[in-house]
Design a binder for this molecule. Structure first.
Ligand code: DP6
Length: 324
Protein backbone atom coordinates (compact mmCIF):
# COMPACT_ATOMS: atom_id res chain seq x y z
CA UNK A 1 0.00 0.00 0.00
CA UNK A 2 1.31 3.46 -0.90
CA UNK A 3 1.23 6.23 1.69
CA UNK A 4 -2.39 7.22 2.36
CA UNK A 5 -3.57 10.21 4.39
CA UNK A 6 -6.97 11.27 5.73
CA UNK A 7 -8.13 14.10 8.00
CA UNK A 8 -11.26 14.09 10.17
CA UNK A 9 -12.99 16.64 12.37
CA UNK A 10 -15.05 15.66 15.38
CA UNK A 11 -16.73 17.53 18.23
CA UNK A 12 -16.78 16.59 21.90
CA UNK A 13 -20.11 15.86 23.56
CA UNK A 14 -21.73 16.51 26.91
CA UNK A 15 -23.47 13.54 28.49
CA UNK A 16 -26.97 14.39 29.74
CA UNK A 17 -27.25 10.81 31.03
CA UNK A 18 -23.75 9.69 32.01
CA UNK A 19 -21.73 6.60 31.23
CA UNK A 20 -19.81 5.54 34.35
CA UNK A 21 -18.32 2.07 34.86
CA UNK A 22 -17.68 -0.75 32.40
CA UNK A 23 -19.08 -4.26 31.95
CA UNK A 24 -15.81 -5.10 30.20
CA UNK A 25 -12.78 -2.87 30.61
CA UNK A 26 -10.76 -4.20 27.64
CA UNK A 27 -13.56 -3.55 25.13
CA UNK A 28 -14.96 -0.57 27.07
CA UNK A 29 -18.48 -2.01 27.12
CA UNK A 30 -20.35 0.52 29.27
CA UNK A 31 -22.22 -0.62 32.39
CA UNK A 32 -25.16 1.62 31.42
CA UNK A 33 -26.60 3.39 28.39
CA UNK A 34 -25.93 7.12 28.01
CA UNK A 35 -27.32 10.09 26.11
CA UNK A 36 -25.43 13.19 24.99
CA UNK A 37 -25.49 16.39 22.99
CA UNK A 38 -22.69 16.79 20.45
CA UNK A 39 -20.93 20.12 21.06
CA UNK A 40 -20.68 22.27 17.93
CA UNK A 41 -17.93 24.89 17.77
CA UNK A 42 -15.37 22.92 19.79
CA UNK A 43 -13.39 20.48 17.70
CA UNK A 44 -10.57 17.98 17.35
CA UNK A 45 -8.93 17.82 13.92
CA UNK A 46 -6.87 14.67 13.34
CA UNK A 47 -4.75 13.63 10.36
CA UNK A 48 -3.62 10.02 9.97
CA UNK A 49 -1.04 8.88 7.38
CA UNK A 50 -0.31 5.20 6.91
CA UNK A 51 3.23 5.38 5.61
CA UNK A 52 5.28 2.35 4.47
CA UNK A 53 8.48 4.33 5.26
CA UNK A 54 7.72 4.50 9.01
CA UNK A 55 9.10 1.80 11.33
CA UNK A 56 6.98 2.88 14.33
CA UNK A 57 3.81 4.87 14.93
CA UNK A 58 4.09 8.59 15.68
CA UNK A 59 1.57 10.73 17.58
CA UNK A 60 1.65 14.49 18.08
CA UNK A 61 -1.03 16.23 20.15
CA UNK A 62 -1.28 20.01 19.72
CA UNK A 63 2.17 20.04 18.06
CA UNK A 64 3.90 18.18 20.92
CA UNK A 65 5.11 14.59 21.00
CA UNK A 66 2.44 12.75 23.01
CA UNK A 67 3.24 11.44 26.50
CA UNK A 68 3.72 7.64 26.73
CA UNK A 69 0.26 6.71 28.11
CA UNK A 70 -1.57 8.71 25.44
CA UNK A 71 0.79 7.32 22.78
CA UNK A 72 0.14 3.69 23.85
CA UNK A 73 -3.61 4.26 23.81
CA UNK A 74 -3.47 5.64 20.26
CA UNK A 75 -1.21 2.79 19.08
CA UNK A 76 -3.56 0.14 20.45
CA UNK A 77 -6.47 1.90 18.69
CA UNK A 78 -4.53 1.94 15.43
CA UNK A 79 -3.75 -1.77 15.98
CA UNK A 80 -7.50 -2.53 16.12
CA UNK A 81 -8.09 -0.64 12.87
CA UNK A 82 -5.05 -2.27 11.21
CA UNK A 83 -6.40 -5.70 12.23
CA UNK A 84 -9.80 -4.95 10.63
CA UNK A 85 -8.15 -3.60 7.45
CA UNK A 86 -5.61 -6.46 7.31
CA UNK A 87 -2.60 -4.10 7.12
CA UNK A 88 0.54 -3.70 9.21
CA UNK A 89 1.79 -0.31 8.01
CA UNK A 90 2.76 2.20 10.73
CA UNK A 91 1.06 5.58 10.93
CA UNK A 92 1.78 9.15 11.86
CA UNK A 93 -1.05 10.91 13.72
CA UNK A 94 -1.36 14.67 14.22
CA UNK A 95 -4.18 15.93 16.40
CA UNK A 96 -5.25 19.46 17.34
CA UNK A 97 -7.90 20.50 19.87
CA UNK A 98 -9.61 23.89 19.81
CA UNK A 99 -10.12 23.61 23.61
CA UNK A 100 -7.93 22.51 26.56
CA UNK A 101 -7.62 18.74 27.09
CA UNK A 102 -8.40 16.99 30.39
CA UNK A 103 -10.65 19.60 31.99
CA UNK A 104 -14.07 17.98 31.91
CA UNK A 105 -14.63 18.95 28.28
CA UNK A 106 -14.28 15.45 26.91
CA UNK A 107 -11.26 15.66 24.59
CA UNK A 108 -10.98 11.86 24.54
CA UNK A 109 -14.45 11.71 22.95
CA UNK A 110 -13.68 13.98 19.99
CA UNK A 111 -10.10 12.65 19.91
CA UNK A 112 -10.94 8.97 19.46
CA UNK A 113 -13.92 9.77 17.24
CA UNK A 114 -11.72 11.84 14.87
CA UNK A 115 -8.92 9.23 15.06
CA UNK A 116 -11.37 6.43 14.15
CA UNK A 117 -12.83 8.29 11.17
CA UNK A 118 -9.43 9.43 9.83
CA UNK A 119 -7.62 6.11 10.41
CA UNK A 120 -10.43 4.01 8.86
CA UNK A 121 -10.46 6.24 5.77
CA UNK A 122 -6.66 6.19 5.50
CA UNK A 123 -6.78 2.38 5.79
CA UNK A 124 -9.31 2.23 2.90
CA UNK A 125 -12.08 0.98 5.20
CA UNK A 126 -15.56 2.19 4.35
CA UNK A 127 -17.78 1.37 7.33
CA UNK A 128 -21.30 2.42 8.40
CA UNK A 129 -21.75 4.72 11.45
CA UNK A 130 -22.75 1.76 13.64
CA UNK A 131 -19.39 0.03 13.05
CA UNK A 132 -17.46 3.30 13.36
CA UNK A 133 -19.08 3.97 16.73
CA UNK A 134 -18.26 0.44 17.96
CA UNK A 135 -14.60 1.00 17.02
CA UNK A 136 -14.48 4.53 18.50
CA UNK A 137 -16.03 3.24 21.75
CA UNK A 138 -13.08 0.88 22.25
CA UNK A 139 -10.73 3.90 22.23
CA UNK A 140 -12.87 5.96 24.62
CA UNK A 141 -16.42 5.05 25.63
CA UNK A 142 -17.85 8.51 25.06
CA UNK A 143 -16.17 8.72 21.61
CA UNK A 144 -18.86 6.38 20.25
CA UNK A 145 -21.38 9.22 20.71
CA UNK A 146 -19.23 11.88 18.99
CA UNK A 147 -19.41 9.92 15.71
CA UNK A 148 -22.98 11.26 15.40
CA UNK A 149 -24.43 14.75 15.60
CA UNK A 150 -27.22 16.32 17.63
CA UNK A 151 -28.68 14.24 20.46
CA UNK A 152 -27.14 10.77 20.63
CA UNK A 153 -27.78 7.60 22.60
CA UNK A 154 -25.13 4.93 23.28
CA UNK A 155 -26.50 1.49 24.02
CA UNK A 156 -24.80 -0.53 26.75
CA UNK A 157 -23.88 -4.19 26.02
CA UNK A 158 -24.24 -7.00 26.67
CA UNK A 159 -21.66 -7.62 23.91
CA UNK A 160 -19.30 -5.24 22.12
CA UNK A 161 -21.37 -5.50 18.92
CA UNK A 162 -24.51 -4.39 20.82
CA UNK A 163 -22.88 -1.26 22.23
CA UNK A 164 -23.13 1.43 19.55
CA UNK A 165 -24.48 4.95 19.18
CA UNK A 166 -27.65 6.11 17.41
CA UNK A 167 -29.01 9.59 16.79
CA UNK A 168 -32.09 10.46 18.89
CA UNK A 169 -32.62 13.83 17.17
CA UNK A 170 -30.59 15.97 14.71
CA UNK A 171 -28.77 19.16 15.83
CA UNK A 172 -31.52 21.49 14.57
CA UNK A 173 -34.19 19.66 16.63
CA UNK A 174 -33.71 21.85 19.74
CA UNK A 175 -31.88 25.16 20.00
CA UNK A 176 -30.20 24.38 23.33
CA UNK A 177 -26.86 25.86 24.32
CA UNK A 178 -24.12 24.49 26.54
CA UNK A 179 -22.36 27.40 28.26
CA UNK A 180 -19.27 25.71 29.68
CA UNK A 181 -18.06 27.57 32.75
CA UNK A 182 -14.35 26.75 33.03
CA UNK A 183 -13.38 26.75 36.68
CA UNK A 184 -10.00 25.10 36.24
CA UNK A 185 -8.00 24.39 33.10
CA UNK A 186 -5.29 22.27 34.73
CA UNK A 187 -5.10 18.60 33.72
CA UNK A 188 -7.16 16.43 36.06
CA UNK A 189 -5.24 14.01 38.29
CA UNK A 190 -7.37 10.89 37.87
CA UNK A 191 -8.90 10.39 34.46
CA UNK A 192 -12.23 8.75 33.60
CA UNK A 193 -10.64 5.39 32.68
CA UNK A 194 -9.44 5.04 36.27
CA UNK A 195 -12.89 6.07 37.58
CA UNK A 196 -14.67 3.51 35.36
CA UNK A 197 -12.36 0.83 36.80
CA UNK A 198 -13.31 1.54 40.41
CA UNK A 199 -16.99 2.50 39.90
CA UNK A 200 -18.10 -0.97 41.07
CA UNK A 201 -16.53 -0.33 44.51
CA UNK A 202 -19.25 2.23 45.26
CA UNK A 203 -22.27 0.68 47.03
CA UNK A 204 -24.40 3.15 45.02
CA UNK A 205 -23.26 2.06 41.54
CA UNK A 206 -25.57 -0.98 41.21
CA UNK A 207 -28.64 1.13 42.02
CA UNK A 208 -27.50 3.86 39.59
CA UNK A 209 -27.03 1.33 36.77
CA UNK A 210 -30.35 -0.39 37.52
CA UNK A 211 -32.26 2.92 37.36
CA UNK A 212 -30.63 4.01 34.08
CA UNK A 213 -33.31 2.75 31.64
CA UNK A 214 -35.84 4.95 33.48
CA UNK A 215 -33.62 8.04 33.34
CA UNK A 216 -32.88 7.37 29.66
CA UNK A 217 -36.63 7.22 28.89
CA UNK A 218 -37.34 10.47 30.77
CA UNK A 219 -34.40 12.26 29.10
CA UNK A 220 -35.18 10.98 25.58
CA UNK A 221 -38.85 12.02 25.90
CA UNK A 222 -37.89 15.45 27.29
CA UNK A 223 -35.64 15.99 24.26
CA UNK A 224 -38.17 14.74 21.72
CA UNK A 225 -40.92 16.90 23.28
CA UNK A 226 -38.67 19.93 23.91
CA UNK A 227 -39.73 19.87 27.59
CA UNK A 228 -37.04 21.92 29.39
CA UNK A 229 -38.29 21.51 33.01
CA UNK A 230 -38.33 17.70 32.60
CA UNK A 231 -34.87 17.78 30.98
CA UNK A 232 -33.42 19.97 33.75
CA UNK A 233 -34.68 17.70 36.48
CA UNK A 234 -33.34 14.46 34.99
CA UNK A 235 -30.01 15.96 33.84
CA UNK A 236 -29.16 17.34 37.29
CA UNK A 237 -30.31 14.13 39.00
CA UNK A 238 -28.13 12.02 36.69
CA UNK A 239 -25.05 14.20 37.19
CA UNK A 240 -25.51 14.15 40.96
CA UNK A 241 -25.97 10.35 40.93
CA UNK A 242 -22.70 9.89 39.02
CA UNK A 243 -20.80 12.23 41.36
CA UNK A 244 -22.29 10.37 44.35
CA UNK A 245 -20.88 7.13 42.92
CA UNK A 246 -17.51 8.79 42.29
CA UNK A 247 -17.36 10.16 45.84
CA UNK A 248 -18.30 6.81 47.40
CA UNK A 249 -15.81 4.72 45.39
CA UNK A 250 -12.70 3.27 47.02
CA UNK A 251 -10.62 5.42 46.92
CA UNK A 252 -13.10 8.32 46.69
CA UNK A 253 -12.94 10.50 43.58
CA UNK A 254 -13.91 14.12 44.16
CA UNK A 255 -13.92 16.12 40.95
CA UNK A 256 -16.02 19.06 42.19
CA UNK A 257 -14.32 22.24 43.40
CA UNK A 258 -15.99 24.58 45.93
CA UNK A 259 -16.61 26.95 43.00
CA UNK A 260 -18.39 24.14 41.09
CA UNK A 261 -20.76 23.60 44.01
CA UNK A 262 -21.37 27.35 44.41
CA UNK A 263 -22.35 27.55 40.76
CA UNK A 264 -24.59 24.46 40.95
CA UNK A 265 -26.49 26.13 43.81
CA UNK A 266 -26.76 29.41 41.90
CA UNK A 267 -28.14 27.64 38.83
CA UNK A 268 -30.89 26.07 40.91
CA UNK A 269 -31.85 29.54 42.20
CA UNK A 270 -31.68 31.04 38.69
CA UNK A 271 -34.08 28.35 37.47
CA UNK A 272 -36.53 29.15 40.26
CA UNK A 273 -36.28 32.78 39.14
CA UNK A 274 -37.49 31.69 35.70
CA UNK A 275 -34.33 31.09 33.66
CA UNK A 276 -34.31 27.87 31.63
CA UNK A 277 -30.92 26.52 32.73
CA UNK A 278 -29.59 23.39 34.42
CA UNK A 279 -26.14 22.05 35.30
CA UNK A 280 -24.20 18.88 34.53
CA UNK A 281 -20.56 18.03 35.31
CA UNK A 282 -18.35 15.30 33.86
CA UNK A 283 -15.12 14.02 35.45
CA UNK A 284 -13.86 17.51 36.25
CA UNK A 285 -14.81 20.75 38.05
CA UNK A 286 -16.16 22.68 35.04
CA UNK A 287 -19.88 23.33 35.01
CA UNK A 288 -21.82 22.73 31.81
CA UNK A 289 -24.80 25.10 31.92
CA UNK A 290 -27.42 23.71 29.55
CA UNK A 291 -29.90 26.42 28.63
CA UNK A 292 -32.44 27.48 26.05
CA UNK A 293 -31.55 30.13 23.44
CA UNK A 294 -33.92 32.67 25.07
CA UNK A 295 -32.33 32.29 28.53
CA UNK A 296 -28.71 32.19 27.27
CA UNK A 297 -27.93 35.97 27.23
CA UNK A 298 -28.96 36.40 30.89
CA UNK A 299 -27.17 33.18 31.98
CA UNK A 300 -24.04 34.45 30.20
CA UNK A 301 -24.27 37.83 31.97
CA UNK A 302 -24.55 36.13 35.34
CA UNK A 303 -21.68 33.70 34.63
CA UNK A 304 -19.44 36.62 33.61
CA UNK A 305 -19.95 38.20 37.04
CA UNK A 306 -18.52 35.16 38.88
CA UNK A 307 -14.78 35.63 39.49
CA UNK A 308 -14.04 31.86 39.74
CA UNK A 309 -15.34 31.38 36.19
CA UNK A 310 -12.12 31.74 34.19
CA UNK A 311 -13.58 31.26 30.74
CA UNK A 312 -16.91 30.45 29.09
CA UNK A 313 -17.23 28.30 25.97
CA UNK A 314 -20.53 28.59 24.08
CA UNK A 315 -21.65 25.54 22.19
CA UNK A 316 -24.82 24.60 20.33
CA UNK A 317 -25.79 21.12 19.10
CA UNK A 318 -23.14 20.09 16.56
CA UNK A 319 -22.79 17.73 13.61
CA UNK A 320 -21.26 14.25 13.69
CA UNK A 321 -17.65 13.49 12.77
CA UNK A 322 -16.68 14.13 9.14
CA UNK A 323 -13.74 13.65 6.80
CA UNK A 324 -12.05 16.82 5.55
C1 DP6 B 1 -18.02 11.41 33.05
O1 DP6 B 1 -15.35 8.17 27.65
O2 DP6 B 1 -13.87 9.69 29.00
O3 DP6 B 1 -17.66 12.03 30.79
O4 DP6 B 1 -13.62 5.30 27.94
O5 DP6 B 1 -12.02 5.71 29.77
O6 DP6 B 1 -12.06 7.27 27.79
P1 DP6 B 1 -12.84 6.34 28.69
O7 DP6 B 1 -13.89 7.23 29.46
P2 DP6 B 1 -14.71 8.47 28.93
O8 DP6 B 1 -15.81 8.53 30.09
C2 DP6 B 1 -16.78 9.50 30.07
C3 DP6 B 1 -17.24 9.75 31.44
C4 DP6 B 1 -18.11 10.96 31.60
C5 DP6 B 1 -19.57 10.65 31.31
C6 DP6 B 1 -19.94 10.50 29.85
O9 DP6 B 1 -19.37 11.18 28.98
O10 DP6 B 1 -20.86 9.71 29.58
Amino acid sequence: MAKKTATAISHPNIALIKYWGNLDHGFRIPANSSLSMTLGGLETRTTVSFDPDLDRDEFELDDHKAEPLAFDRVVSHLDKIRAIAGIQIRASVQSHNSFPAGTGIASSASGFSALTIAACAAANLSLPPKQLSIIARQGSGSAARSILGGFVELYSGPTSDDSYAVQVAPPEHWDLLDLIAVISSTHKEKGSSYGHDIAHTSPLQAARVEDTPRRMDVCRSAILEGDFPALAQIVELDSNMMHAVMQTSTPPLIYLDPASIDLMKKIEIWRHEGLQVCYTLDAGPNVHCICTRSSAPEVLNRLREITQVLHIYESKPGEGAVLR
